[in-house]
Design a protein around this ligand. Structure first.
Ligand code: ADP
Ligand code: 5GP
Length: 185
């Protein structure tokens, strides 16, 4: 049966890297590709990492009801295209949304049955180290992401499960266990 899974956590915590590994190991999962007004980072591919669109196009998508949820994050707009997600779920697939807190809250209202995972950093200094290590964000973007990180971490308890991404392999294993372990009644 189709299922919606939401993965949230501060920028730089490792969500993208975890998801890449998860999808390699479970190609049956479907990762939703978001639309954003942010400029591509080097190496990012339009249509794979994001649909990179001008603000006017994004605003038209909102007006036309084409987004399942959307939010402004660190000065840019991000949103989930509705049709592919609904189609994949209808076809019985498990769909993953990698989205920030406000979007996750919207999904909680519209898809209360969605399973919501929050990824925590081991510490704020480690989060900053990872964002800087990624080497892709300006000082301004780093400052905005760190400021938002604390607000997001404060809301972690709103989620069904919280996982600290300390050791990468262990975190991946915990996500797999959470998703695939048979329910014991
Ligand atoms: P996000 O998608 O949450 O913004 P990324 O997946 O881009 O974060 O990861 C940010 C950086 O942290 C990357 O350089 C990634 O390799 C690194 N990283 C991810 N998980 C870990 C971990 N468990 N320990 C150390 N570094 C990690
Ligand atoms: P980044 O610019 O680092 O790729 O992403 C910034 C933040 O936007 C991350 O927390 C990421 O999870 C979030 N994000 C990515 N796509 C979407 C989306 O479609 N909707 C919402 N609400 N957030 C998104």
């Amino acid at each position: 049966m189709g299922r919606l899974i939401v993965l949230t956590g501060p920028s730089g915590v490792g969500k993208g890297t975890l998801l890449r590994s998860l999808l390699e190991r479970h190609p049956e999962l479907y990762l939703s590709v978001s639309a954003t007004t942010r400029a591509p980072r080097s190496g990012e591919v339009n249509g794979e990492d994001y649909f990179f669109v001008p603000r006017g196009t994004f605003e038209r998508m909102i007006a036309n009801g084409e987004l399942l949820e959307w939010a402004e994050f660190a000065g840019n707009l991000y949103g989930t295209p509705r049709t592919p997600v609904e189609e994949q779920i209808r076809h019985g697939r498990w769909v993953i949304l990698e989205i920030e807190l406000e979007g996750a809250r919207q999904i909680r209202k519209t898809f209360p049955e969605a399973f919501r995972i929050f990824i925590l950093p081991p510490s704020l200094p480690e989060l900053e180290f990872r964002i800087r290590g990624r080497g892709q964000d300006t000082e301004d973007a780093i400052a905005r992401r760190l400021q938002r990180a604390q607000e997001e971490i404060n809301a972690a308890s709103e989620f069904d499960i919280q996982i600290v991404n300390d050791n990468f392999d262990k975190t991946l294993e915990r996500i797999e266990l959470t998703l695939f372990a048979p329910v014991v009644c």
